[in-house]
Design a binder for this molecule. Structure first.
Ligand SMILES: *[C@@H]1O[C@H](CO)[C@@H](O)[C@H](O)[C@H]1NC(C)=O
Ligand SMILES: *[C@@H]1O[C@H](CO)[C@@H](O)[C@H](O)[C@H]1NC(C)=O
Ligand SMILES: *[C@@H]1O[C@H](CO)[C@@H](O)[C@H](O)[C@H]1NC(C)=O
Ligand SMILES: *[C@@H]1O[C@H](CO)[C@@H](O)[C@H](O)[C@H]1NC(C)=O
Ligand SMILES: *[C@@H]1O[C@H](CO)[C@@H](O)[C@H](O)[C@H]1NC(C)=O
Ligand SMILES: *[C@@H]1O[C@H](CO)[C@@H](O)[C@H](O)[C@H]1NC(C)=O
Ligand SMILES: *[C@@H]1O[C@H](CO)[C@@H](O)[C@H](O)[C@H]1NC(C)=O
Length: 413
């Protein structure tokens, strides 16, 4: 066993030291129980961090201390650098403690570091260096686009961690169990968690998150937020104008559209007819100024995306000026809109309807008359009472005694 060991050891050792070491290994033997000893401590460090590898010495008597890497290449030979790797530094060499540091640790640095002491016999201890690789914030991959009524497949991926990260899918504070798969990439792991969830249009924009947990994150987690993008066919609704439309009025229709993706173009049409020349279309708004009865008909708003199409219709009935007269109760005012219609029809119509149909104004003028009458009557009453009083007093002054009994009776008038 020993010759094989030392042969390998010497092969890996830089030339100047191999000869000296070979002789030492062969010469030095430890038989007594009170010999020198060395102790090594295991180290765990984050990737990119700095590791301290320490060897504790007991009863050190000035022997040669050799520190080797996991490939058994000598890093330091009794304090002197042997391997050309500036990431290793000897920071301490006392009779009790030898310490080296390794900066910018990578997973390939993992393994057992040998603290070897050449005395009567060869003592060695191994310090195991473990490297943790915390996961980056995971990513979300969509394997299949989400269409309403279907399912969406989402995969949360953490491409590199050591040990393997734990992934959790969360929606509304609840975990959605996923199918976890783990792949070993040599020293690190790639982890993924896949969920399949049914989607409706109400799920569009719903928030999900994928959380990655790892011992190196110390209770913290790396979270990726994801919003569902659910595709669905459009819905179309025409918002109709309120009230009756008469000749000369303006028609404004607004088409309210949903859909994902939102339909880019809206088609306006008239069933069994062409659109009137005066029709003005700007996106969701359809307008005809100065309506006439030839505009009667059914108008259609249509929209489509890759997932379907939808339409809504509006039936326009333009009432003539004659029916206008019959619908308006106040006769003296009807002459006004008829004569002024050709000049500024759109402006006068609302003014006119306001004058006639505002019930508040009518109630106000009616209530003003009774109040004036009541006030006048009250004033008259008070005046009469005062007059009667004056007359009574005057009478009582002139005819004292005999008419006194009448006073209370007179006061009742
Ligand atoms: C150091 O790590 C090695 C390998 O993981 C293990 O066998 C050994 O028991 C550890 N030593 C100590 C002191 O924890
Ligand atoms: C090894 O290094 C230590 C500390 O510098 C020194 O005391 C000791 O004499 C050295 N041993 C040999 C054999 O050179
Ligand atoms: C650390 O090591 C990695 C490769 O392991 C290298 O790409 C990086 O540049 C190093 N960083 C420093 C600061 O030396
Ligand atoms: C359009 O014309 C067809 C046939 O000419 C008729 O059956 C249908 O009722 C018409 N539609 C409307 C809305 O007028
Ligand atoms: C338009 O509709 C109104 C209301 O129904 C009706 O009185 C009128 O005759 C129609 N005009 C035409 C040209 O269809
Ligand atoms: C109604 O008024 C419009 C505009 O003032 C006018 O062109 C039309 O001839 C009138 N129609 C009738 C039936 O009076
Ligand atoms: C309403 O009528 C008044 C006069 O009666 C006029 O000054 C005003 O411009 C009219 N407003 C509209 C919107 O037609």
């Amino acid at each position: 066993m020993r010759p094989v060991h030392s042969a390998l050891f010497c092969r890996l050792l830089p030339a100047p030291f191999s000869l000296a070491l070979r002789s030492l290994v062969l010469v030095l033997l430890c038989i007594t129980p009170r010999c020198q000893a060395v102790q090594a401590e295991n180290v765990t460090v984050l990737e990119g961090g700095t590791a301290q590898i320490s060897c504790r010495l007991q009863n050190y008597d000035g022997s040669i201390v050799v520190i080797q890497n996991p490939r058994r290449q000598t890093l330091f030979f009794n304090g002197t650098r042997a391997l050309k790797d500036d990431r290793f530094q000897m920071v301490l060499f006392t009779p009790r403690l030898v310490r080296i540091t390794l900066t910018n640790v990578s997973v390939s640095d993992e393994g057992g570091y040998f603290c070897q002491l050449y005395t009567d016999s060869t003592h060695h201890q191994v310090a195991t260096l473990s490297v943790l690789v915390p996961p980056e914030t995971p990513t979300v991959e969509v394997k299949q686009e989400a269409v309403e009524g279907g399912e969406v497949e989402l995969t949360c991926v953490s491409p590199r961690s050591k040990p393997a990260a734990t992934l959790r899918w969360i929606r509304n504070g609840r975990e959605i169990p996923g199918v976890v798969s783990q792949q070993d990439n040599g020293k690190t792991f790639s982890v993924s968690s896949t969920i399949r969830i049914p989607v409706e249009r109400k799920d569009n924009g719903a928030a999900l998150s994928c959380e990655a947990f790892h011992p190196a994150l110390g209770g913290q987690k790396r979270v990726r937020h994801y919003r569902l993008d659910v595709y669905f066919a459009p819905t179309v609704r025409i918002i109709p104008p309120s009230g009756i439309l008469r000749e000369g009025d303006s028609l404004i229709l607004t088409c309210s559209i949903t859909g994902n993706p939102l339909p880019r173009s809206i088609q306006w049409s008239k069933i069994n007819d062409t659109l009137p020349e005066r029709a003005e279309i700007s996106g969701p708004t359809f307008q005809i100024s100065r309506l006439s009865q030839t505009h009667n008909g059914t108008y259609l708003c249509q929209a489509q995306n890759n997932y379907g199409r939808a339409a809504d219709h509006y039936t326009l009935l333009v009432y003539d000026n004659v029916s206008l007269i019959t619908t308006v109760p106040s006769t003296p005012k009807t002459t006004q809109p008829i004569t002024s219609h050709p000049v500024t029809p759109t402006l006068l119509t609302p003014n006119f309807t306001q004058d006639v149909e505002d019930p508040g104004a009518v109630v106000e003028t009616h209530s003003a008359v009774p109040y004036a009458v009541i006030g006048g009557v009250l004033a008259l009453l008070v005046f009469t009472v005062i007059c009667v009083l004056i007359v009574t007093i005057w009478c009582s002054v002139r005819q004292k005694g005999s008419y006194r009994t009448r006073e209370p009776i007179l006061a009742w008038y």
